[in-house]
Design a protein around this ligand. Structure first.
Ligand SMILES: [Zn+2]
Length: 448
């Protein structure tokens, strides 16, 4: 009895904590830039202090480099730290974990990783709840589009991970049911045609899915036109939605598309406001900078590696971290009135680039430009089977003239690959999915 009343008290406490941190979040992105910067600098100083005193990796690196906590005053100073690489966390996640008793890990998140080696990140309960509160910034857009707070949402993801977070929140807090979206949970391992049927029955206001899955659904709907339930908004994250598909969904189907950007190591990094494909960066919780091939800082509007710092998580501390995605910070301001700066759409991952002989590397966007105008193609995959051989697998509409398409594409792709690789085309009936539920359209040799 005593145990359950202590538990209830805890749940009440955490519900209050979540509510207190959620208040004002929706309007935070509209505050004057000077206020955002002040909050950001405060969090930078606070996390560096914590990292130095409680996290072995930072204590050792900072001592080695003779860096003092007081040197870290603004976000720019985080670049004094060595760039942290993904494989360092993969090898030894505990090295980045706080030893402070109050920051004991409560939740463990693992990313599938496109290379198949997962990254493990620990979250303490308070940090994790605060990141949930920050989601309110993105939710404002979605809720406005959906037209009501307790909207019906279909979540197409790899189920166990999503379910675990939802049930943790339900067990740890007392959030009233009327404030929670009514959810349908579908698996991204199921083919689009099956999930489209299920959504026709559920009639969601909002659909949340991987970018590659949204792409597959709409290519399927274009190939097999039919009546289908049109949600009021589509939210995608995790992997990229090709820009031509996004435009066709918005302009052709009239469905607003909202981007989100997050990872196990840092979330939420950026969120879309429904205008275009760029996203507002949460500079006070997961600030990013962009670096070039030799890790030099790049100017705005230049595309390079995203380096992110998670200023929120006090269990696994991840600062100045190369997350593996490519994008540009933009100089343009958004017409929505939010002052948080814009990040371009994610331009794929460095690991998606095809490395050919002679040091020539081809970014996936160059290939996408050739493939996306071919509306007969419902889905594609390019696998580099040898340094000089690319196998193209295509899932096409039944009406497709395969031979003509093959000749057309091979001629164009050989040009994209600068004549350094041969291109072989095969037509398939379906694609397998990776265990993570993400579909990799580009599989360079380095990833196999
Ligand atoms: Zn905006």
């Amino acid at each position: 009895m005593r145990h359950s009343s202590a538990r209830l008290q805890q749940r009440i406490w955490w519900t209050g904590y979540l509510a207190a941190h959620t208040a004002g979040e929706a309007h935070f992105p509209f505050l004057p830039e000077i206020v955002l910067r002040r909050v950001q600098s405060h969090r930078v100083r606070s996390i560096v202090r914590h990292a130095y005193h409680a996290v072995p990796y930072y204590r050792e690196s900072m001592d080695r480099l003779r860096l003092r906590v007081e040197q870290f005053r603004t976000v720019e100073d985080l670049a004094l730290l060595p760039i942290l690489e993904r494989d360092q966390i993969q090898r030894d996640p505990e090295y980045f974990l706080s030893t402070a008793p109050a920051k004991l890990p409560h939740r463990t998140e693992r990313s599938s990783g496109s290379t198949g080696v997962p990254v493990t990140v620990f979250w303490d309960w308070a940090s994790w709840l605060r990141t949930l509160a920050r989601r309110e910034r993105a939710t404002l857009t979605v809720r406005r589009l959906a037209g009501r707070r307790n909207h019906r949402a279909t979540l197409i993801a790899v189920l166990p991970v999503a379910m675990e977070g939802i049930s943790m929140l339900r067990d740890g807090t007392l959030i009233p049911a009327r404030l929670r979206p009514i959810q349908q949970r579908l698996s991204s391992l199921d083919p689009p045609e099956l999930n489209i049927e299920r959504m026709n029955e559920f009639r969601p206001d909002v659909v949340v899915a991987f970018g590659s899955y949204v792409d597959a659904c709409f290519r399927y709907l274009e190939a097999y036109p039919r009546d289908f339930h049109r949600p009021k908004a589509i939210v995608y994250a995790s992997d990229a939605l090709p820009e031509p598909t996004r435009r066709r969904v918005v302009e052709g189907f009239g469905i607003p598309v909202v981007a989100g950007y997050q990872a196990v190591e840092a979330h939420p990094i950026a969120f879309g406001c429904g205008r275009g494909s760029s996203m507002h960066v949460n500079i006070d919780i997961n600030p990013v900078r962009i670096v070039g091939r030799s890790d030099e800082s790049l100017a705005v509007d230049e595309t390079g590696d995203i380096i992110v710092s998670n200023l929120e998580n006090r269990a696994s501390v991840i600062l100045n971290y190369r997350i593996g995605d490519l994008a540009a910070l933009l100089s343009e301001r958004c017409s929505c009135g939010r002052t948080l700066p814009l990040l371009s759409r994610i331009q794929g991952r460095r690991g998606d680039w095809f490395e050919l002989t002679g040091g020539v590397s081809i970014p996936p966007q160059e290939i996408e430009i050739e493939l996306t105008p071919e509306t007969e193609i419902m889905r594609w995959q390019l696998v580099q089977v040898a340094p000089d051989l690319i196998r193209v697998s295509l899932l096409c509409r039944p009406s497709c003239d395969k031979e003509a398409l093959r000749l057309r594409l091979e001629a164009r792709l050989v040009r994209v690959f600068r004549g350094l690789a041969r291109v072989e085309t095969q037509f398939v009936d379906r694609f397998g999915q990776s265990p993570s539920g993400k579909f990799h359209a580009f599989v360079p040799l380095s990833r196999r």
